[in-house]
Design a protein around this ligand. Structure first.
Ligand code: ATP
Length: 492
């Protein structure tokens, strides 16, 4: 089985644990930097700056016609792999706005904060532990805090939850109406543990999977869709017996490392990072992050990486904290909850709180990693540079583009449009006649469409079409009657 190497220390100073000599060479076919993807995304309709006509909103992004398809395909792939292809995971869709008590007992009200520093020189406000990601506005070539003029204050904690009020409140800051937009989807799963357990009649170990929006008032959002204030998470909470947690945790680390590669992300751009004791969240026994090489342009190899997902062993903290039990010295730890979220094992007649393994990934970060990793450039016979997005067919927003060789020939156009209609129920197909064939091919290559089907003059005679492969540019003549089956097979 494939395993990624585990690194330790802080993310800034990664130390290779298993083989210090094997430094990954940065000679790979992928986007040279995030800016290349920003420009492709805007040009081709993957992602646009949000509120753009009003000057934008810093860290908000809108997903265009291709972006929404790619994001949906990523989410479907995750859901299919976990909920459909396995037999031990249920799905859930919980509310974004929950009772404030959820965030009190989860610990978010008191601990969900980042260290904030102000710069007395530029008046900027930065996250202390992410200074290396931000340029000093006074000295654009230096990191915030690293420039000659930088003058940072001591760090103070800043709670990341977005506050909101429920119902018609008389005064804006009425504490009794206060609640939050969820900063993670996980808590919705914990508070529904008994509901899912009782209705699905599950036995340990089993998981609950959820995909949905989360909100964090990030101090320093940035790097395109890498860190935003509104984002989407794919989280799964896997409940197990405490004595199985260490083994199951490692199994999920291995499984996700492989899953990312099955989506086409190259092994060289992924690595594992073991959080140190100081970095661990208060509830976690062990957390391993899967990092992606989001910043290949950075000179220092260890600064090229950042978190794609985290896989935590959260122990029994969450189920315990939301339970009306346990009691200590006759006093209930949680006097507000009405439910005991412990588990009764029929076989052993034991009652206990299951441990939870949490693989938590961001849809948007994964989408960025996939765009970066599938980005390649190729030079055609005329010496022109062409961008080819080598997306796995399963993820490609459009599976096949049907193109007429001559758009002024009604029979060819009619045949192409008819073919598109025939293919559409089986796969996402589009018809395009807005340019010459070379331009149409280039456009489809750039958005990752695995196949183009061209209808030409001969097609009217021989009932066959040309199928062009995105990656090799090889062309094959296929009978129209066999086309759907041929494409289905090639698309996998
Ligand atoms: P970071 O250290 O980058 O702030 P985190 O460790 O706080 O991330 P988690 O709470 O583990 O993140 O969330 C799980 C996943 O959700 C992350 O690995 C990431 O993919 C995604 N995620 C978290 N915060 C953001 C954000 N502000 N913007 C986009 N995605 C995010």
């Amino acid at each position: 089985m494939f395993t990624l190497k585990i690194y330790s220390q802080s993310k800034k100073g990664l130390k290779h644990l298993s083989n210090p000599k094997s430094k990954i060479q940065n000679q790979i076919m992928s986007a040279p930097n995030i800016e290349t993807i920003v420009s492709l995304s805007k040009r081709r309709g993957f992602v646009f700056p949000a509120s753009d006509i009003y000057g934008g909103l810093g860290s908000s992004w809108d997903y265009g016609s291709l972006g929404v398809e790619l994001a949906n395909n990523i989410k479907q792939s995750w859901w299919r792999w976990l909920v459909y292809e396995r037999d031990d995971i249920e799905g859930l869709d919980s509310s974004i706005i929950q009772n404030r008590l959820v965030w009190k007992y989860s610990g978010h009200e008191t601990t969900f904060s980042d260290p904030l520093v102000d710069c007395r020189a530029c008046k900027g406000r930065f996250r202390q532990d992410k200074l290396q990601d931000v340029r000093c506005p006074n000295e654009p070539s230096a990191n915030a805090g690293g420039g000659k003029e930088c003058d940072l204050t001591e760090a103070r904690e800043f709670n990341l939850m977005f506050r909101t009020t429920i119902g018609a409140v008389a005064v804006e800051d009425d504490e009794t109406a206060l609640t939050y937009l969820r900063p993670e989807t996980a808590q919705g799963i914990f508070i529904n543990f008994a509901n899912v357990l009782n209705t699905s009649r599950r036995k340990l170990p089993f998981g609950i999977a959820q995909i949905g929006k989360s909100f964090r008032n990030e101090v320093t959002p940035g790097n395109f869709i890498f860190r935003t204030r509104e984002f989407e998470q794919m989280e799964m909470e896997y409940f197990c017996r405490p004595e199985d947690a260490v083994r199951i945790h490692q199994e999920w680390i291995d499984a996700f490392s492989e899953w990312f590669q099955s989506l086409g992300i190259s092994k060289e751009n992924l690595k594992l990072y073991e959080q140190s004791k100081e970095e661990l969240a208060h509830y976690a026994e062990r957390t391993v992050d899967i990092l992606y090489r989001f910043f290949p342009e950075r000179d220092e190899e260890e600064k090229q990486w950042d978190e794609l997902m985290g896989i935590a062993n959260r122990t029994d903290f969450d189920l315990k904290t939301h339970s009306k039990k346990p009691e200590i010295d006759g006093k209930r730890l949680n006097p507000d909850s009405t439910e005991d979220l412990s588990y009764f094992d029929e076989a052993t007649k034991e009652r206990f709180y299951p441990y939870v393994i949490e693989p938590a990934a961001g849809v948007n970060r994964l989408l960025l990693a996939i765009l970066m990793d599938s980005y390649t450039e190729k030079t055609n016979e005329k010496g022109e540079k062409r961008v080819i997005l080598k997306l796995k067919p399963e993820l490609a927003p459009i599976k096949v583009a049907v193109l007429p060789l001559a758009k002024n020939k009604p029979e060819i156009v009619a045949m192409a449009k008819d073919l598109k209609k025939q293919l559409q129920p089986a796969m996402r197909a589009v018809y395009d006649d807005t340019g010459g064939i070379g331009k149409l091919y280039a456009r489809q290559d750039e958005i990752g469409t695995p196949f183009c089907v061209t209808v030409d003059h001969e097609s009217l005679e021989d009932e066959a079409v040309t199928v062009r492969d995105r990656d090799t540019w090889a062309q094959e003549r296929i009978k129209v009657t066999e086309l759907k089956e041929y494409l289905r097979k090639r698309l996998g």
